[in-house]
Write a protein that binds this ligand. Structure first.
Ligand code: ADP
Ligand code: ADP
Length: 236
């Protein structure tokens, strides 16, 4: 059950006089249920890798398959379709729309689905996602009436509502104090235990260690990859 397969991926940014190899020789399989943490110093290629995985940008070399679909063969519309179907994004800065209620923020991406979802299906999916992050009672609030930790839980609900194959998570605790950060990480851990595939970028070592797989980048290359099964997994 390989979800994502990267073979020899490269990403070169070409400027007028400079070429920056943001990624080189990246080969990686992500299976359903994986929980991967990508870490490394600033500039090592973490954001670039996450944006390639999320089909927000294309590699300049190599192959990227999602569920055996070669993403190179897809035009922009098809890529967007695949992104909507498979990918849920969670950002450091929540990216919620202040003018919309919590409910409407979570519903918004679902309204762009092809084929269109019925209003009933959208409402059911939003309700389920808000319940999953224990924010059902805040559905009619506006984001600025909530704490940072609560806003991040809404952003997680928005990502979950589309029932993505994988969550791509960029520095989820970067704007949170340690109490709210811990709560958000506990929620991500719990979602993974229930089967959600997660690929996260963080430089916070307290949280990186919780992921089952540690992937370290340096200068655009994978310098280490280790899988540590947690004690609780062995007992389960
Ligand atoms: P990280 O997220 O680990 O800080 P990035 O993926 O943002 O690293 O960047 C990797 C390298 O690619 C860096 O040298 C960065 O300056 C460069 N880079 C990233 N995005 C661009 C871009 N749009 N144009 C030119 N260079 C870029
Ligand atoms: P992070 O805080 O995740 O390390 P960065 O601050 O390195 O992210 O970069 C954020 C975004 O800015 C990157 O995803 C990339 O698209 C863009 N970027 C980074 N470096 C450059 C650069 N040298 N030139 C143009 N865009 C860049």
């Amino acid at each position: 059950n390989t979800l994502i397969s990267l073979n020899n991926i490269a990403k070169v940014y070409r400027g007028q006089n400079v070429e920056t190899y943001a990624l080189k020789n990246i080969s990686l399989n992500i299976n359903q249920g994986d929980y991967i943490c990508i870490s490394g110093p600033s500039g090592c290629g973490k954001s670039t890798l996450l944006s390639l995985l999320g089909l927000l940008d294309s590699p300049t070399g190599g192959d990227y398959f999602i569920k055996d679909v070669d993403t190179k063969t897809l035009d922009m519309d098809k890529q967007a379709e695949l992104r909507n179907l498979h990918i849920g994004f969670i950002f450091q800065s929540f990216n919620l729309i202040d003018e919309l209620s919590v409910f409407d923020n979570v519903a918004l991406p679902l309204t762009y689905r092809e084929p269109a979802m019925s209003q009933n299906d959208i409402e059911a999916a939003v309700k389920q996602a808000l319940d999953e992050v224990e924010m059902g009672h805040r559905a009619q609030h506006k984001p600025n009436q909530l704490s940072g930790g609560q806003q991040q839980r809404i952003a997680i609900a928005r990502a979950l509502a589309g029932k993505p194959s994988i969550l791509l998570v960029d520095e989820p605790t970067g704007n949170l104090d340690s109490k709210n950060g811990d709560a958000v990480m506990d929620l991500l851990d719990e979602l993974n235990k229930k089967g959600t595939t997660i690929c996260m970028v963080t430089h916070d070592l307290r949280y990186a260690g919780r992921a089952k797989t540690q992937l370290k980048l340096l200068d655009g290359e994978i310098i280490s990859y280790s899988e540590a099964r947690q004690v609780s997994d062995h007992l389960a």
